[in-house]
Design a protein around this ligand. Structure first.
Ligand code: GLU
Length: 472
């Protein structure tokens, strides 16, 4: 039988890095086994819904090359793949559960539930719904305080719910006992717990792969499968990506929890895929640099480490630098051009300068800093660099450099270098560092730049001389 896996993000803002993480592992397994990878949009939480989030999810997964076979934008045999378009699908299952006594209406107002919870906490009792509504008709319940006209539907968790299950990554898991979970909200929308089970069943999902934070929900899902008479899928709960302090990586605390951040910073998608793969997966030969195809070839759930990996951005930076250096220079140039969003003469300048920066970059963002001097007519000198290198003391250096360079006709790096060395080092006796520092700052505006003489060649005679003049 071929496998069917899904990723089921909720469009509640900038996509979380966990969506890519789960997709990568889903896909590695699907491509190895043969089967389908489904993208389902879980948009039943209308309060947290964000309009542009769904498009961002598509964009980021495309960017990473993690392509789905079925989804809202692509269709497929089990369409629609957006839960808000499947509302009619859920209701009959709720009615079945009500009729069988596995679920009941609850008319408690949010205020009453809050009071109940506060009292439980005060008395140091376990919190959970006290079943005030269970076994009562609407009219009976209406006589009691804290009544709302619009009921929700809750699961009636039995005394001995199934709490143990087999996890492909963790082996036998023992989850905590659940509360009488709401499955249908007062607005008629299903909650996640009902919708996920109904959709995973109807979409014939064979393996449910999701973050570790869902382990405590799994017993509710097991009950729903059992009550509805459906076969349970296999489960794999991925380790949470963690901060250095071991807390869960969150969009509030860490920009790197947002997928768009990686594109903005100029990480290469292949480096991020490798990095996410390394978070919990290891190749049999222990290699750290690997691609999606390597994962597919060796994929085995037992190779996934259940312990939450620390999201180490230094490692990602190292990997990204590696992938940047591995790219053919012409391709790197096009990536930088696209990243900077430049065209025409500016793009040509970037292409010409790419060989100068390939060895020096960890992320494409640095190209903006390192090559910015080529993309403007007049450079803005960084304040700290000006103070350090363009003070009164260094004036003679700049004067001499300008004089020597004015006499250079063959404007190429070797001639530029020879002229500057002769004038500044040989004649005036400056150490190379003191000789070239001021020139670098005058010409590029920064203390760190691509190699100086090549940079000046690319910038051209006229602009180079003009910048030395304005430094004076
Ligand atoms: N909508 C859930 C989420 O965004 C999906 C969890 C699951 O995969 O079951 O995390």
């Amino acid at each position: 039988m071929s496998v069917r896996l899904r990723v089921a993000p909720s469009p509640t803002g900038d996509p979380h890095v966990g969506t890519a993480y789960v997709s990568l592992f889903d896909l590695a397994f699907v491509r190895q086994q043969g089967g389908a990878f489904v993208l389902r949009i879980e948009d039943t939480d209308r309060a947290r819904y964000r309009e542009d989030s769904e498009q961002q999810i598509y964009d980021m997964l495309h960017w990473l090359g993690l392509e789905w076979d079925e989804g809202p934008d692509r269709g497929g045999p089990f369409a629609p793949y957006r839960q808000s378009e499947r509302l009619d699908t859920y209701r009959p299952h709720v009615d079945r559960l009500l009729a069988a006594g596995h679920a009941y209406h609850c008319w408690c107002t949010p205020e009453r539930l809050a009071e109940m919870r506060a009292e439980q906490q005060k008395a140091k009792r376990p919190t959970g719904y006290d079943r005030l509504c269970h076994g009562k008709s609407r009219d009976e319940r209406a006589l009691l305080p804290g009544f709302s006209e619009r009921p929700v539907v809750r699961m009636l968790i039995p005394d001995d719910p199934p709490l143990r299950f087999d996890d492909l990554i963790r082996g036998e898991v023992n989850a905590p006992r659940p509360d009488d979970q709401v499955i249908l909200k007062a607005d008629g929308f299903p909650t996640y717990h009902l919708a996920v089970v109904v959709d995973d069943h109807l979409m014939q999902i064979t393996h449910v792969v999701r973050g570790e934070e869902w382990i405590s929900s799994t017993p509710k899902h097991l009950l729903l499968y059992d009550w509805l008479g459906w076969e349970r899928p296999k489960f794999a709960h991925m380790p949470l990506l963690r901060e250095r302090d071991k807390s869960k990586i969150s969009k509030r605390k860490n920009p790197a929890a947002r997928l768009t951040w990686f594109a903005e910073e100029g990480y290469l998608p292949e480096a991020l895929v490798n990095f996410l793969g390394l978070m919990g997966y290891s190749l049999p030969d222990g290699r750290e640099v690997f691609g999606f195809d390597d994962m597919v070839a060796s994929f085995d759930w037992s190779r996934v480490n259940a312990v939450g990996p620390v999201f180490d951005l230094d490692k990602l930076g190292w990997l990204n630098g590696h992938y940047i250096r591995e790219l053919p220079v012409a391709e790197l140039a096009e990536r930088i051009v696209a990243y900077l969003g430049v065209a025409g003469a500016q793009a040509d300048a970037v292409r010409a300068a790419t060989p100068l920066v390939q060895e020096r970059m960890q992320v494409l963002r640095e190209a903006r800093e390192m090559l910015g001097f080529l993309l403007v007519d007049d450079v803005v000198v960084e304040e700290a660099a000006a103070v350090k290198f363009l003070g009164a003391e260094q004036r003679p250096v700049v004067v001499a450099a300008l004089g020597a360079l004015s006499a250079v006709d063959d404007w190429r790096a070797p001639a530029i270098e020879a002229a500057l060395r002769a004038a500044l080092v040989d004649e005036l006796g400056f150490k190379p560092k003191h000789a070239f520092g001021p020139v670098r700052v005058a010409v590029t505006g920064r203390t760190v730049s691509p190699p100086l003489f090549e940079s000046m060649e690319l910038l051209g005679r006229e602009l180079s001389l003009r910048r030395l003049e304005s430094a004076l």
